[in-house]
Design a protein around this ligand. Structure first.
Ligand SMILES: Cc1ncc(COP(=O)(O)O)c(C=O)c1O
Length: 368
């Protein structure tokens, strides 16, 4: 439900602004007859690698697949452990469990909502095969202390960059700091396709080669399968669309950052906590997420007022029914559990007007 003109994410207005370019790209692909891989995929991979400053960028079918394929490239499987955060979208844990490995959770930092690097070392065991931080909401994880622990123990890092393509850590784009970075181009992401799409990035030639093989059924040469793989190629159509949209990404990040600053101003003095932006990051505000002591009341009142909003995520992964076998009962990760009870994300996209933001902010403040 939404008040007229206010949407959580407005994808159609953005599309209309660049419609001629997008439509031209779509028709070029339709006319070419090449719908899987092809020129557009190579062009988008090169442009994305340049944008992120990584040596390799390999398109795949979704951000979820990117995580699975990255772990397959590291031979992660039964008996292995992957250290990660319980406060994230389900895909981060789902892919670990699908491969037969076990997620080992580390609680989050209360300010950034990201994995707490100070608590990381205690979670490392001889079975740890990867560390998987998530740059949640578009705010970078504090990577230096995390990488120091990873290097000390010789453990590779897979950055879940699904929500953070273009976010920076100390001036460097995230995704290319660890061994592998996994990106989602789900339509509502800062760089969104018109369907599912994803990407794995790396600076390591061997890992890049493995990822390229895995996404093609474990095959380098047609009908010769050297490893067990999956079918996870990036659609030519999505690549052509993403190639057009990538040119606008910086301008779109800035629009979100401007909108975030305006929300912060509107909420000055109100009894809520606006998003934290650590000095080491350039937050790209995939989500603008506030903390509220009385979140559920505000949630209900905003529903009545038909102001779009969302809770990312109401149930931490260690408390999800599907992952109860991980064996971490309620109370295991108090900072995460408190965040899950207090966070609320407000409309955030490139087409948000100040008038809309005033309406949203007034409705939130009246509901406190
Ligand atoms: C943190 C995180 N990881 C992984 C994913 C999975 O990406 P996709 O939806 O493209 O499969 C998402 C997407 O929504 C996400 O937010």
């Amino acid at each position: 439900m939404s008040t007229p003109n206010i949407q959580m994410v407005d994808l159609t207005t953005q599309y209309k602004k660049i419609k001629p370019e997008i439509d031209e790209a779509i028709h070029r692909v339709l006319d070419s007859g090449h719908y899987i891989l092809g020129k557009e995929v190579g062009e988008f991979e090169a442009a994305a690698a340049k944008y992120l400053g990584t040596k390799h960028a390999i398109g795949c079918a979704s951000g979820t697949d990117a995580l699975q394929v990255a772990m397959m490239a590291l031979n992660i499987g039964p008996g292995d452990e992957v250290v990660t955060t319980p406060f994230t979208f389900v895909a981060t844990t789902e892919t670990i469990v699908l491969l037969g490995a076990k997620p080992v959770y580390v609680d989050i930092d209360p300010l950034t909502f990201n994995i707490d690097p100070g608590a990381l070392e205690a979670a490392i065991s001889p079975r740890t095969k990867a560390i998987m931080p998530v740059h949640l909401y578009g705010h970078a994880v504090d990577m230096d202390p995390l990488m120091a622990v990873a290097r000390k123990h010789g453990i590779p890092v897979i950055e879940d960059t699904a929500q953070a393509m273009g976010s920076e850590y100390k001036g460097k784009k995230v995704g290319g700091i660890g061994e592998l970075g996994c990106i989602s181009f789900y339509p509502s992401k800062n760089l969104g396709a018109f369907g599912d799409a994803g990407m794995v990035v790396t600076n390591d030639d061997t890992l890049a080669d493995k990822v390229r093989t895995i996404i093609m059924h474990g095959s380098r040469k047609r009908y010769h399968h050297e490893s067990i793989g999956v079918n996870s190629r990036l659609d030519t159509l999505q690549a052509a669309i993403l190639n057009v949209k990538l040119k606008y990404l910086e301008q779109w990040h800035e629009a979100r950052r401007t909108a975030a600053r305006f929300y912060n101003e509107l909420f000055k003095g109100a009894n809520l906590t606006t998003p934290f932006e650590a000095p080491y990051t350039r937050h790209i505000y995939h989500q603008y997420t506030v903390r509220l002591g009385n979140r559920d009341k505000v949630d209900a009142l905003l529903n009545e007022k038909k102001i779009p909003h969302a809770v990312f995520y109401p149930i931490p992964l260690h408390l999800q029914e599907a992952y109860s076998s991980v064996g971490k009962p309620k109370g295991s990760f108090p900072v995460t559990e408190r965040a899950a009870a207090e966070v609320l994300s407000l409309p955030m996209h490139t087409e948000l007007t100040q008038e809309q933001q005033r309406t949203i902010a007034s409705a939130v403040v009246e509901s406190l």
